[in-house]
Design a protein around this ligand. Sequence first.
Ligand code: PAF
Length: 282
Amino acid sequence: MQTIHSIAELQTVLGNERAAKKRIAFVPTMGNLHEGHIQLIHQANRNADITVASIFVNPLQFGVNEDLDTYPRTLQDDQEKLINADCDYLFAPQLEDMYPNGQVIQTLVEVPGISQLHCGVTRPIFFRGIATVVCKLFGIVRPDVAIFGEKDFQQLMVIRRMTEDLFLPVEIQGAPIARAENGLALSSRNSYLNEAEMQIAPLLNRTIREAIGKLEAGQRDYSEVQANAQQQLEAAGFKPDYFNICRRYDLQPAQPDDKELVLVAAAYLGKARLIDNYVIDL
Ligand code: PAF
């Protein structure tokens, strides 16, 4: 695997691959890679001739009191994992290269509507930062296909909508959530959990599955299911952010006769903000 820091060099190398008729898959990340990321690389390998991963901790998607400064930067470890996963290129740009005009005077990509819901309520600039950096990365890498984890269900919807609205010539694929044996969705931010919190964390997943069980059993008072779940999380030591039963196609609150749903949840536990979701067809 070749690690490339410069945009110009990456574009030359990928231009040669494209000239040789190679199909390019892209996995954007912020590093501190775990098994979930590695599964994205495997999916990329299955779908293209060349796999490019990126590692860039994007300041534009962090709010003022969030963890930009402490976000784990583990480039060497990440490189080893990517080599073992048969990734072809790692693009690891510098901040000044991604934002040559600074972060204030900057073209922004807004995906209205969907970006204001759920995570967008407590993190109002989050999805704008993501859409902007992913759009830039697509412009640099020009992938045929890009892979994103379904753990970030709302992020995946924002990126699909952006790609559709801007007619970006890239196929967007979701990849199933990778979980620990106890059900905890794998996340770079799980490394913020101490041992005691690690024991509590899988309860987020268990609470979602219990709520799904209630919906499968015919419960249609969604407000009650949501409120009970939040209480259960609070009692275990979480600070729930949201626990919402939604229509899958637009993430608006589900109505009793909607069939294709997704249950999305986020909760703080110690220094970590955990998110998870389950889709369900009624
Ligand atoms: O999911 C992530 O790791 C980030 O939001 C992404 C897509 C790499 C953009 O910075």
